[in-house]
Design a protein around this ligand. Structure first.
Ligand code: 5GP
Length: 263
C-alpha cells in the first residue's frame, strides 16, 4: 500500500488481483490486473475537487470536458465540486462544456491515435514470465522512434477540435480543462494553444492520470490524480478501440484482450 502514500504509482507496482473485485463478465479473461480500483479513483477525485475548490474560491468556472475518455472523471469531479460548494460558504457556479479532439488523419481520433503507436514489448511481470504489454514505440529504443515523433508532431499541428464553435464563449472566463490521461502531453499542449486564442481569464488543467514518459517536453497538469508507469491502461471511460469504457477500475489488458478487440 505504500505505493499509494503518494500519487506516484511505481514501475514495479504489481497491481491488484482481479479476483479481489467485481467487473463486467464480458471482460473475463481479457485483463491482466487492476492498476487502480474504482474506489480509490473516486476518493482521490474527491480530494482533487477540494483542492480545486480551495484554489478557485468564489470564481465561476467553465469546466471543459475532453471527450470521450474524460467523461467519467469529469462527471465525478463536477459532482464533488458541486457537493463541496453546496456544503460551504464558497459557492462556485459551474458551466460544463465538451470538446472532442480529432486528428486530420482519417480514423485517428484521440485515443485511437495514441493506440496506433503502441506495440508489444516483453515486460517482466510479478511471476517473472513477462507479457506482451502495450508500450509506446519510442520507449523501446527501436528504429520506429523517428517515425513516431514525426507523426505525433503532425497530429498536433493538424488537430481539429470538435465542438470548437462554442470556444469563443470562453473569453474572460476561468476555464478548467478536464482530461483522462496525459501521455506525451502533445494533445494537451495543442488544445491549450487553441484555447489560449480565445483569451480566457484563467486556464487550469486537471487530468486523472499522468504517464511517466521519457518525453523531455512532458506536460504537467495543475491537478492530477495519479502518476502511472508508461503502460497502456483502460477503464473508467478510457478505451481500447471503444471497449472497456464500461469497466469501473483502471486496468491493464492482457494478450487475449488485445487480440479480441484489435481492429
Ligand atoms: P498524449 O500522448 O498526446 O499526451 O496523449 C494523447 C491521447 O492518447 C490522450 O488524450 C488519451 O486520450 C490517449 N491515451 C494516452 N495514453 C493512453 C492510455 O494508456 N490508455 C488510453 N485508453 N488512452 C490513452
Amino acid at each position: 500500500l505504500s505505493t499509494f502514500s503518494s500519487k506516484l504509482i511505481s514501475d514495479d507496482w504489481p497491481g491488484y488481483s482481479l479476483d479481489l473485485f467485481t467487473y463486467p463478465q464480458h471482460y473475463y479473461g481479457d485483463l491482466e490486473y487492476v492498476l487502480i480500483p474504482h474506489g480509490i479513483i473516486v476518493d482521490r477525485t474527491e480530494r482533487l475537487a477540494k483542492d480545486i475548490t480551495q484554489d478557485i474560491g468564489d470564481n465561476d468556472i467553465v469546466v471543459l470536458c475532453v471527450l470521450k475518455g474524460g467523461y467519467k472523471f469529469c462527471a465525478d469531479l463536477v459532482e464533488h465540486i458541486k457537493n463541496l460548494s453546496r456544503n460551504s460558504e464558497r459557492f462556485i457556479s459551474m458551466k460544463v462544456d465538451f470538446v472532442r479532439l480529432k486528428s486530420y488523419h482519417p480514423g485517428c481520433v484521440g485515443p485511437y491515435f495514441a493506440l496506433r503507436h503502441w506495440r508489444k514489448r516483453r515486460r517482466p511481470q510479478r511471476d517473472g514470465e513477462g507479457s506482451g504489454e502495450l508500450v509506446p514505440e519510442e520507449s523501446q529504443g527501436s528504429g520506429m522512434r523517428g517515425r513516431r515523433n514525426l507523426q505525433n508532431d503532425k497530429s498536433m499541428e493538424d488537430m481539429q477540435i470538435m465542438g470548437e464553435d462554442d470556444l469563443s464563449d470562453l473569453r474572460g472566463k476561468n476555464v478548467l480543462i478536464v482530461e483522462d490521461i496525459i501521455g506525451t502531453g502533445r494533445t494537451m499542449k495543442a488544445l491549450l494553444n487553441n484555447i489560449e486564442k480565445c483569451e480566457p481569464k484563467m486556464i487550469k488543467v486537471a487530468s486523472l492520470l499522468v504517464k511517466r514518459t521519457s518525453q523531455p517536453d512532458g506536460f504537467r497538469p495543475d491537478y492530477y490524480g495519479f502518476e502511472i508507469p508508461d503502460i497502456f491502461v483502460v477503464g473508467y471511460a478510457l478505451d481500447y478501440n471503444e471497449h472497456f469504457r464500461d469497466l469501473n477500475h483502471i486496468c491493464v489488458i492482457n494478450d487475449q484482450g488485445k487480440a479480441k478487440y484489435r481492429v
